[in-house]
Design a protein around this ligand. Structure first.
Ligand SMILES: [Zn+2]
Ligand SMILES: [Zn+2]
Length: 439
């Protein structure tokens, strides 16, 4: 486990949650690799494993059991890698928990894997060295065909974020991070390549520092042309290295999108940002993005929803029984155009008019779409208004994700245009320095 507020002098070990209690999983299948060896420890008993064998672990009356074995009430089952290059295969594992791309995948996990019980569900934890984890994360996040400068930048950002260790969202489970977008997306050895290992090796121990502290380096998929300020997304104190900047060769003095007129103009326009098609053509994006995100447009997009669909989405997410939505509008935008405070006028189940205020970018994205809206940097047009109720809402959007810190598709655009790792990092986190903290 990482220690809070400590800059490590040696490579730390990490505990990554793979199956969490919220996944409500009662069984898991494990397959041993053909050409690598593992030992299995069931409580205190050491058990040899057969290459290629499959086992199923499930919740038992007490503890956990392994099907067709004498182990029916174990507390903890541990798998430890002994030799070979392959990890144990674990299935099913959720990717994209709570997001619109959610699916079940198989992951291959290196080093040590621990299966225990947490109340009535399984808890699976992968314990491994930070640098191995980072080599896996860089490619899980971006796809293995990415240019090396991007993989290096992504690895340094992931390492900094991890070691800044500000969030600690899962401390109660005794893990440092989970395997998904809530922390950083980790799919074990699934997408690891010689190239991503090289990226980790070349940047080993390197982090971004600001004022002697490891920078809390956040990132998102696509800013939409201007990055968002830290405090507009997480409500903490402002961070000097996470401000509004144009995702372009001259990042200073972006237009002020807190002014509605400017936001409309920017979002409906198609500026030549690093994350736009001017640098990353949409048809090429598939080659670079991780395999779970092969969706179409991200820089500028349009979604149409009927009033009924939109009302249903909001009702489902907020547990309400509204009859219709009358209006949705920004009350306060951040400098990237994202909604920090959004107003919704509705007709409630008794036919009365009500006003809701949605108080964050995250919540706005969560409630407007069945799964998740790409971004809250949106212009909303109302169509076919009957008795003061628009029958359709058209969302014109910019970007994908919260937009603060490094814009991953923009960093890809920079790398493709020949910018170096340092140039990418200085662009997105101005004022930070790149330092090696362990060998
Ligand atoms: Zn998490
Ligand atoms: Zn961008």
């Amino acid at each position: 486990m990482l220690e809070p507020n400590v800059i490590p002098r040696f490579e730390p070990r990490l505990r990554v949650g793979i199956v969490l209690p919220q996944d409500d999983q009662q069984e898991i299948q494990i397959e041993f690799p053909n050409d690598s060896s593992y030992i299995m420890k069931v409580d205190d008993a050491m058990v040899n494993t057969q290459p290629g064998a499959q086992i199923v672990i499930r919740i038992a009356e007490k503890g956990i059991s392994i099907d067709n074995s004498p182990f029916t009430n174990a507390e903890k089952i541990v798998f430890k890698h002994i030799r070979g290059d392959h990890g144990i295969a674990i299935h099913p594992v959720i990717s994209g928990r709570n997001f619109h791309w959610k699916k079940y995948i198989m992951v291959h996990l290196p080093a040590k894997v621990e299966v225990t019980r947490y109340q009535d569900t399984l808890l699976v934890v992968n314990e491994l060295d930070l640098e191995t984890y980072l080599a896996c994360v860089a490619t899980s996040e971006m796809g293995s065909a990415c240019p090396l400068a991007l993989i290096e930048a992504q690895t340094i950002v992931a390492r900094s974020w991890m070691l800044a260790n500000v969030e600690q969202k899962h401390l109660s489970l005794d893990i440092d991070v989970c395997n998904d977008d809530c922390c950083q997306r980790y799919q074990g050895l699934n997408n690891i390549t010689d190239y991503s290992l090289e990226g980790a090796k070349k940047t080993r121990g390197k982090v971004l520092l600001y004022n002697g502290k490891i920078a809390d380096a956040r990132y998102s998929k696509a800013c939409g042309g201007i990055t968002e300020r830290y405090e507009n997304i997480w409500f903490g104190d402002p961070l000097p290295y996470m401000q509004n900047l144009k995702d372009m060769p001259n990042p200073e003095n972006p237009p002020d999108l807190t002014i509605e007129e400017n936001a409309r103009k920017w979002i409906l326009d198609n500026p030549k940002a690093f994350c736009s098609e001017a640098y990353v053509p949409a048809k090429d994006l598939k080659n670079y993005l991780g395999s779970v995100d092969e969706e179409g447009k991200y820089f500028r997009w349009t979604i149409m929803m009927t009033n009924k669909e939109l009302t249903e989405n909001i009702n489902e997410k907020l547990g309400l029984q509204l009859k219709a939505v009358k209006d949705i509008y920004p009350i306060k935008r951040g400098g990237s155009g994202r909604m920090i405070l959004m107003g919704i006028n509705v007709i409630d189940e008794h036919g009365n008019e009500k006003i809701f205020k949605i108080k964050s970018d995250y919540e706005a994205r969560r409630i407007l779409h069945k799964k998740f809206l790409y971004s809250s940097a949106i212009i909303i047009d109302k169509k076919n208004t009957l008795n003061d109720i628009p029958q359709e809402f058209i969302f014109h959007g910019a970007g994908w994700g919260h937009g603060a810190g490094m814009c991953q598709i923009g960093a890809l655009g920079m790398a493709l245009a020949g910018y170096s790792t340092e140039e990418i990092l200085t662009h997105y986190y101005p004022g930070t320095e790149l330092v090696s903290i362990y060998k």
